[in-house]
Design a protein around this ligand. Structure first.
Ligand code: PHE
Length: 458
């Protein structure tokens, strides 16, 4: 079948547009909501160092491979891989990578949208002055009351889902480029302002010490593996999001540099979020290990106390909602393009189907914070289970398959042509990382995810 391989979804207007879109996908709740709370739960400094190593040696090599697949395949994730496999005489079973990605995207979106809903609710509370002068105990109580009300959570989840569906049904690129161009820099500026506030009002010394001073005695293999899962999540790796964005890349653009820029921006935002949050956690006597509520409680205390906090906090939450929204688009997009290309449906219908599925599943997450908080699967609530299956199983599995497929099974000529890594040393580093280091490291994540205790290296 002859496929028109350039017109099916068009191209980014420039390299910068791709960088912005990929950064829009990467930077989101993962950096600002999830990174601080899992770093907090896993002891701080040593976790942060391991996280950075994972980004460098596992994340970036896999990212190159993933963008390569999209750029060469130029279709939805499943069809792209089938196209490449046909050209390279490889089995069509590799399309499983695409299926894993599409599934992971919808599963993540289902709870991502619930948390994005929390962000909207807190934005509204901040705007209306509800949190003015709130103390740490008040913030903790407010959060507990908030998540124990399923109707409220459902309402916000529904609003966020509808916005996402409306936006993606109009096509990803119109709007996304310009939104990201303006809003990402603004988010960065606000985050830096928050770090400055935190350095003045918070316990900056102990906050930074918590975040940067590595206490390796706290580290177990489990911690290493959680850090790795977070690297996948935060960089949007292993599920086809970057593959889809890569498929809009024009032929001329070189992949490696772009990937390094995206990964650096993503890591910068996560670290700034940590620098902003931890000092306030300490100075206000909140717990580092309180889990998903960490930023909501910490930020309300900070915005409630800071001069102009009502305005500043509202702006901050609005920008965070936008960051979550640009990430959600990339979570849902692989499934949408797949439905459009495979079943010939309109974009609007595809968006409604994919978004509807995520919305429905999201109800499970909502209930796991209140009515169903006692319902456990392998000792985890429904939300924790979903997070576990996606971050610790599906994304790493997708990532390892992508890395192996590209670095072992695709012809070197094609890789050289698309990746255009000029320096021989860098090329060697990429090959070693993608072929050996990343797959082996990721296997540890998988073993851990399956509950196998790895004692050999301890
Ligand atoms: N990287 C996004 C974030 O950090 C979440 C995401 C994961 C988006 C996987 C796309 C794919 O918020």
């Amino acid at each position: 079948m002859a496929i028109n391989r350039t017109s099916s979804h068009g191209e980014w207007s420039s390299r910068t547009a791709f960088i912005l879109a990929a950064t829009g996908s990467a930077v989101g709740l993962g950096n600002i909501w999830k990174f601080p709370y899992i770093a907090g739960e896993n002891g701080g400094g040593a976790f942060v160092i391991i996280y950075i190593l994972c980004v460098l040696f596992i994340g970036i090599p896999i990212m190159l491979s993933e963008v390569y697949l999209g750029k060469r395949g130029r279709l939805n994730p499943i069809a792209s891989i089938n196209y490449i496999s046909e050209k390279e005489n490889r089995s069509n079973k590799w399309q499983i990578i695409g299926f894993i990605g599409i599934l992971a995207g919808i599963l993540i979106l289902s709870y991502y949208s619930v948390i994005a809903g929390w962000t909207m609710a807190y934005g509204a509370r901040t705007a209306f002055g509800v949190i003015n002068d709130i103390d740490a105990a008040g913030a903790a109580l407010m959060f507990t009351e908030f998540i124990s009300d399923p109707e409220r959570l459902l309402a916000w989840h529904t609003i966020f889902s509808i916005i996402t569906i409306i936006v993606v049904s109009r096509g990803v690129k119109s709007g996304l480029e310009s939104a990201v161009t303006r809003l990402m820099p603004a988010l960065l500026v606000l985050l830096i302002a928050l770090v400055i506030y935190s350095s003045i009002e918070g316990d900056f010394y102990n906050g930074i010490r918590f975040m940067l001073y590595p206490d390796f005695s706290q580290i177990t293999w489990k911690t290493v593996l959680v850090a790795m899962g977070q690297a996948f999540f935060s960089l949007s790796l292993g599920m086809g999001a970057l593959m889809v964005y890569g498929s809009y890349l024009s032929e001329k653009i070189s992949i490696p540099q772009t990937c390094v820029i995206v990964a650096s921006l993503d890591t910068l935002v996560a670290l700034l979020a940590g620098l902003a949050i931890f000092p306030i956690v300490i100075s206000s006597g909140l717990e580092m290990t309180q889990g998903p509520g960490l930023i909501f409680q910490t930020l309300t205390v900070a915005f409630g106390a800071m001069p102009g906090g009502q305005l500043f906090g509202t702006l901050f939450f609005i920008l965070l909602i936008f960051a979550a929204w640009t990430s959600s688009i990339s979570l849902i997009e692989p499934m949408i393009i797949w439905i459009i290309e495979k079943y010939n449906l309109t974009r609007i219908k595809a968006a409604a189907i994919a978004g509807g599925m995520a919305w429905l599943l999201g109800i499970g997450t909502i209930v796991s914070f209140n009515l169903g908080s006692e319902v456990k699967f392998f000792n985890m609530t429904f939300f924790e289970l979903l997070d576990y299956i996606t971050s610790n199983i599906l994304l790493p599995l997708g990532g390892i398959l992508i890395s192996i497929y590209v670095s072992w099974l695709v012809s070197k000529d094609s890789i050289n042509a698309e990746l255009q890594i000029k320096s021989k040393i860098l090329k060697l580093i990429w090959y070693i990382s993608a072929r050996v280091i990343a797959p082996i490291a990721v296997i540890f994540v998988m073993l851990n995810a399956l509950g196998i205790d790895i004692n050999i290296l301890r």
